[in-house]
Design a protein around this ligand. Structure first.
Ligand code: SF4
Length: 738
């Protein structure tokens, strides 16, 4: 098997589900230990496929979730100091402490840097000998070896200005603590495959024996998890309690011996607090005496910081399987991913966040099974849009309003919920009556009987050259496409460069040449422009703004308000390609891929669609925030529901794999040369045929339909047959830590 996709094969999944059903005769409660497994179960709707007798209990294995609140507060205290460069994986930046998060500290001037390896933090320390550099080392046995190696290297290289803020926890003591709880209902465990890759499986037979429970080691893809459940059920039904390794392609009994030796050298076992659970004796690691000088808690004297958890949060009960997330009164009300009160709402791998992000429909339909609530979105041009279920929209809870931050944070430019709130709550009120009600990506203005489309866009992509294009291509195609999405033929563009002092001229020349070439290819004239230079350190080499004017096709009346139940939703080709291409060459994150940006001008494709005579209702290019953000925006503006079918999504295997690796949803990844079209079902076949005849629409596909149900929301049927909500990304997309 080459690609992760093959571990999601619906046919094989169906066979495993059949075998689980055939083996199950009684009720069983099985805990998946790891948050990655929880995320996968909910994301793919695996628990919806299981027999009613099998209950999956979501365990404590999300590293972000179990990091205690007081440890976040210690990180914030250290990161606020002017002499500190605070380095962290991206996940931790939006985890709230008792008053702020790291994003907020960054927006207030703190030097916070997202890194993709602790060794990057060590490099930063060596490059900045006058500053203290701290890495936030959290997580389970999976992330600990790299942190141990970094401290080892810091000592070997005598890097005195590096330290580690350590919050490492261990899985086997947590399993024991759960089993010791008097209210424990867990009868078997799915152990976390990546933890066992490092530590092996030698610690588990003692647990199976002591607590008389089966433990099956599994991976994270749907087939891995179903196979783990199948083996667990067979053990439970036959009264056995053994350790089984259902992840042999990655896990050896002895684990990774060099990594274990490094861990033993650098760390020592210690008591640790788990957020939501409390103190578990001997359940974590701290630096051993030989490396204690690198302990950030001692170096910055923050050991005295103690913070109480929210009193209304019941995440401890969620983590022990005593309640489901939606049984907590705060779920989706006071507590959301934007404003998490407790451990399990903090990270997308936490059980409460997973329920919130993917399962709100189920929660708001207690009388209705998820299958009955699903809208039929078979991958064909004519889609059945008859109501299948009544959604209790009154009970649905919107994300919190504008986040309580006095400064701009990166998420405000991410194209998701935070961007929308900035426009709605800050720009529009500030503009007052000067603002046109529309304020969309392109305005249509009538001048002497001619309908003109007008648009502007700014480009800050980093790096400025990436596989398949550069910031110069984007600056043309982005604005051309905004015009095209209004049904316009682009005529002219302005170009404004903001250049950073010190940027090599040959880099500027490369970008300018790409911009000129793209303009020629798109058939637009560059008619006016501007150049400004900012001080070194006050820009990022090159920023470009372009504005454009085009003439709207007489046949076009294309607006998001026209999305109507009965429309089919078409995407013009592969999803997520541009975003993955850019991420693959982002500093510190480089990975090998054949994926190249799809940046392209789309007005020719739009003209071919209009030439069919079809009444195209809506066109949008799903750039920042991806397909998810664009569809959510249209659903809200038009007050319609959108029902998607994951089986129809054209997502290349390389994109799926890269997103799986980075913990991103391909639907939330940016595109540049793709469009989404809403057309009446009667017009869909000819529009699709015209798209297939155009070079930029060869892989166009119907991915869903506009429906009466769940107005303002986007819902998808998963490839395995479950359902999930497709939500707006909250802020900018950050790769997860493990
Ligand atoms: S919904 Fe929020 S408050 Fe309730 S248990 Fe989950 S994290 Fe805690």
């Amino acid at each position: 098997m080459k690609y992760l996709d093959e571990f999601s094969n619906p046919e094989l999944a169906g066979k495993l589900v059949d075998q689980i059903r055939a083996a199950t005769t009684r009720r069983w409660a099985i805990m998946e230990v790891c948050g990655g497994q929880t995320h996968s179960i909910i994301r793919h709707g695996i628990d919806q496929l299981l027999p009613d007798e099998i209950e999956m209990i979501h365990g404590p294995g999300c590293p972000v979730c179990v990091t205690p609140l007081e440890m976040i507060d210690k990180a914030l205290e250290i990161a606020s100091r002017p002499d500190v460069i605070f380095c962290s994986f991206g996940d931790m930046l939006r985890v709230p402490g008792s008053k702020k998060d790291l994003f907020r500290i960054k927006s207030e001037g703190g030097d916070i840097r997202v890194v993709y390896s602790p060794l990057d933090a060590l490099t930063i320390a060596r490059e900045n000998p006058d500053r203290q550099v701290v890495f936030f080392g959290i997580g389970f046995e999976t992330t600990a070896p790299a942190n141990a190696m970094t401290v080892y290297q810091a000592k070997r290289l005598a890097v005195k200005n590096f330290s580690l803020l350590v919050s490492h926890v261990l899985v086997p003591p947590a399993i024991a603590a759960i089993m010791e709880s008097p209210t424990c209902r867990v009868q078997a465990f799915l152990a976390a495959g990546h933890v066992c890759c490092v530590m092996g499986t030698e610690e588990y037979p003692e647990l199976t024996e002591k607590y008389q429970i089966p433990i099956v080691v599994t991976g994270f893809e749907p087939l891995d998890i179903l196979e783990g459940i199948r083996r667990t059920v067979i053990q439970l039904e036959s009264g056995r309690h053994e350790l089984e390794n259902a992840y042999p392609r990655a896990v050896q009994a002895e684990g990774n011996l060099p990594a274990r030796a490094m861990l033993q050298d650098v760390f020592e076992v210690a008591d640790r607090s788990w957020r939501g659970i409390g103190m578990i004796p001997q359940s974590g690691w701290r630096l051993s005496p030989a490396y204690r000088e690198f302990d950030a808690e001692h170096r910055f004297s923050v050991t005295g910081i103690h913070t109480a958890e929210s009193e209304i949060c019941r995440s401890g009960e969620v983590l022990q399987g005593m309640i489901k997330p939606h049984e907590c009164a705060a779920f989706g009300k006071e507590c959301t991913p934007r404003n998490p009160l407790g451990a399990t709402m903090v990270s997308s791998e936490g059980a409460c966040a997973a329920y919130y992000l993917y399962r709100r429909l189920e929660v708001t339909m207690p009388e209705t099974s998820p299958e009955k609530a699903t809208i039929d979105t078979e991958p064909k041009a004519t889609i059945d849009t008859e109501p299948k279920a009544t959604i209790d929209i009154e009970a649905w809870v919107c994300p919190m309003p504008l986040r309580d931050s006095p400064n701009i944070v990166m998420g405000h430019g991410g194209g998701g919920a935070m961007s929308g709130e900035l426009i709605e709550h800050l720009f529009l009120p500030a503009f007052g009556s000067a603002a046109d009600a529309g304020m969309g990506d392109a305005a249509v203005i009538e001048v002497n009987g001619v309908r003109l489309a007008f648009s502007t866009d700014s480009f800050v992509v980093k790096p400025m050259v990436f596989p398949g294009g550069s910031i110069g291509d984007l600056a043309v195609n982005g604005t051309v496409n905004d015009l095209a999405m209004a049904g316009a033929r682009p005529l002219v563009l302005s170009t404004a460069f903001i250049l950073e002092e010190g940027t090599p001229l040959d880099q500027i020349a490369h970008v300018a040449q790409a911009l000129g070439t793209a303009a020629l290819a798109a058939g637009v004239k560059l008619v006016t422009g501007d150049t400004k230079v900012v001080d070194s350190g006050h820009g990022d080499a090159v920023f470009i703004n372009t504005a454009g004017i085009g003439i709207v096709d007489d046949r076009a009346d294309i607006r998001p308000q026209r999305a109507t139940p009965g429309d089919v939703v078409i995407v013009s080709g592969d999803i997520g390609v541009h975003g993955v291409a850019v991420m693959s060459c982002r500093e510190g994150l480089e990975f090998a891929t054949t994926v190249a940006s799809d940046t392209a001008p789309l007005h020719g494709l739009v003209a071919a669609m209009l030439d069919t005579g079809a009444d195209v209702h809506v066109l949008r290019d799903p750039t920042r925030g991806g397909v998810a953000a664009t569809l959510n925006e249209i659903a809200k503006i038009a007050e319609v529901g959108i029902a998607l079918d994951e089986r129809t999504f054209p997502i290349p295997a390389e994109v799926r794999d890269a997103c799986g690796l980075l913990g991103l949803d391909p639907l939330q990844v940016a595109n540049e040369g793709k469009l989404l079209a809403f057309v009446p079902s009667g017009d869909a076949d000819r529009v699709l045929a015209a798209m297939h005849d155009h070079p930029l629409g060869i892989r166009a596909a119907v991915i869903g339909a506009c429906v009466h149900e769940h107005p303002g929301m986007v819902v998808a049927r998963t490839a395995l047959g479950g359902t999930r909500v497709v939500d707006l990304p909250i802020g900018e997309q950050l790769p997860r830590i493990c």
